[in-house]
Design a protein around this ligand. Structure first.
Ligand code: AHR
Length: 517
């Protein structure tokens, strides 16, 4: 019996030795002549809440600031965000939205009331950034506004008034008030959220109660003057599928989308999320692994939606996602200020691959949040500004905006750590309107390169367009105000193509984009 055990152990040992010597094959089969769904550019949306230094200092400094600005918006941040071609921005929250009275944020700034931001640090909100400032920002960025309206503490009449104020072209007191405040033409407002996290900070409601309220409030979210609101119901987070089921059952024919929130927490619990800097391989691996959970949550909610909407008319709006770590030591409590590393860039690329792959249902998503909050694109320090590794991922992934998702079959090596494993590679392949195919691919492995082949089927494309590669010498590498380009993309022209097979080697912890024509 003992001899049998020893032989079995030896066999397992021999198997492990040989399998680590033979590099596992990474192979992606691309059906280039197929593709049913468009990757909506709105999957690349942003979220900017009245939270910490996200809006005040991060975006808005006011016209009298010493920080160079354009109409009160930081010029450096504006330029960096313009380069991202942001399709939509969600505002004013988040939790803040369900306490927000839109009337506080209109009229001469010096006369606007001072209120308290009770969710985020109990700070004074001077309301200098309001409806006009937000909608002007969307114009400067070429983005669609996504207004998140107050259901938790507001009335349907307040909501209706806000929509009339913004979108009515005719003669009414509210439209005239807008004109008096400097805006003659109404704005076009598309995305309109009816409540946020109504199960939590947005009112602590039950699913049945919210479903009824949703039906009531959406009745008064009217289409004025040819404007057409795209109504988004408040959904739950993670695996709370019953909420989705109830709200869909009661109101699916009165909405365009229902939301899902998913935050990647690298640490062991919500109370111990882990630091955003200086972490080791355990929190790197756990962060990437946690981000992959988004796939099964989307599947779970989509399955419940299929029951009431098999045609997939109603979209799943993943309108809050991203890494949530412990705040940076020394930063103000309630401001959710964290650094952003090479790990977080990979969490962004893996999450975007998942969102893209679910383009049949997911047609809008919003990373949390744009500047200085959670998984930000940009960090600021007084007059200084840096682009984060996540910024670069969003820039590299622009090639997928409104492109056709090409079906892929991925065979991936494993990235093993401490008895667990995740796929070593992740990818999105799309074809744009000009017929150019773009590949984005990530190597999640902390220390090993990956050889990858893409077998292109149904196309005779044979030319590679060089692209860009994002990598860093450390899994926890960050950009700092002293070293702003520590993690930034370099040119990539190492892929080769022969007989319809693209071959390349991706360095450890890296993300690549390139084209094929
Ligand atoms: O993004 C920070 C907060 O996370 C939002 O305000 C809220 O909706 C979510 O809980």
């Amino acid at each position: 019996m003992l001899a049998g055990k020893i032989i079995r152990s030896l066999l397992v040992f021999l198997f492990l030795c040989t399998s680590s010597l033979v590099a596992q094959q990474n192979r992606v089969i691309v059906n280039a002549d197929q593709g049913e769904y468009t990757i909506s550019r709105h999957i690349y949306g942003q979220f900017s809440e009245h939270l910490g230094r996200g809006i005040y200092e991060g975006i808005w400094v006011g016209e009298d600031s010493d920080i160079p600005n354009t109409e009160g918006y930081r010029t450096d941040v504006l330029k960096a965000l313009q380069e991202l071609e942001i399709p939509n921005i969600r505002w004013p929250g988040g939790c803040f939205a369900d306490e927000y009275d839109w009337r506080d944020g209109i009229g001469p700034r010096s006369e606007r009331p001072k209120t308290v931001n009770t969710h985020w640090g109990m700070v004074t909100e001077d309301n200098s950034f309001g409806t006009h400032e937000f909608l002007r920002l969307t114009e400067l960025l070429g983005a669609e506004p996504y207004i998140s309206a107050n259901v938790g503490s507001g009335t349907p009449a307040q909501m209706q008034d806000w929509v009339e104020y913004m979108t009515y072209a005719g003669e009414s007191d509210l439209a005239n008030l807008r004109r008096q405040n400097g805006r003659e033409e109404p704005w076009k407002i598309k995305f309109f959220g009816i409540g946020n996290e109504s199960w939590g900070c947005g009112g602590n409601m039950t699913a049945d109660y919210y479903a009824d309220l949703y039906r009531r409030y959406q009745t008064y979210a009217k289409d004025y003057s040819g404007n057409e609101l795209y109504k988004i119901a408040s959904g739950w987070s993670n695996a709370e599928y019953d909420w989705t089921e109830t709200v869909m059952r009661e109101a699916h024919d009165m909405m365009d989308a229902i939301s899902l929130h998913y935050y990647t927490v690298p640490g062991p619990s919500w109370e111990n999320k882990g630091p955003s800097t200086g972490f080791g391989e355990e929190l790197y691996f756990d962060g990437l692994k946690a981000s992959l959970e988004l796939d099964r949550y989307i599947e779970g909610h989509a399955t419940r939606m299929d029951k009431y909407d098999p045609e997939k008319r109603v979209a799943l709006a993943v309108d809050e996602w991203g890494v949530w770590t412990d705040p940076l030591p020394g930063s103000r409590s309630g401001f959710l200020y964290q650094q952003n590393s090479m790990r977080d860039a990979l969490i962004a690329s893996l999450s975007l691959d998942i969102l893209n792959a679910h383009s049949d249902r997911v047609r809008i998503a919003n990373i949390a949040q744009t500047v200085n909050v959670l998984q930000a694109m940009i960090l600021t320090d007084g007059p200084r500004m840096i682009k984060t590794p996540t910024y670069h991922v969003f820039h590299m992934y622009k090639v997928h905006h409104d492109a056709t998702l090409l079906p892929v079959k991925v065979t991936s090596a494993d990235y093993r750590y401490d008895g667990e494993s995740i796929p070593a590679i992740s990818t999105t392949v799309s074809r744009n309107k000009e017929g150019v195919i773009h590949i984005t691919a990530s190597n999640t492995h902390a220390s090993e390169s990956q050889e990858i082949t893409f077998d292109l089927r149904g196309t005779d494309i044979d030319r590679i367009i060089p692209g860009r590669l994002l990598t860093a010498d450390q899994i926890n590498a960050v950009n700092t105000f002293e070293d702003p380009d520590n993690v930034s993309p370099v040119m990539f022209d190492d892929a080769t193509i022969s007989n319809g097979t693209v071959s390349m080697t991706l360095p450890p912890r890296s993300i690549v984009v390139f084209g094929l024509q």
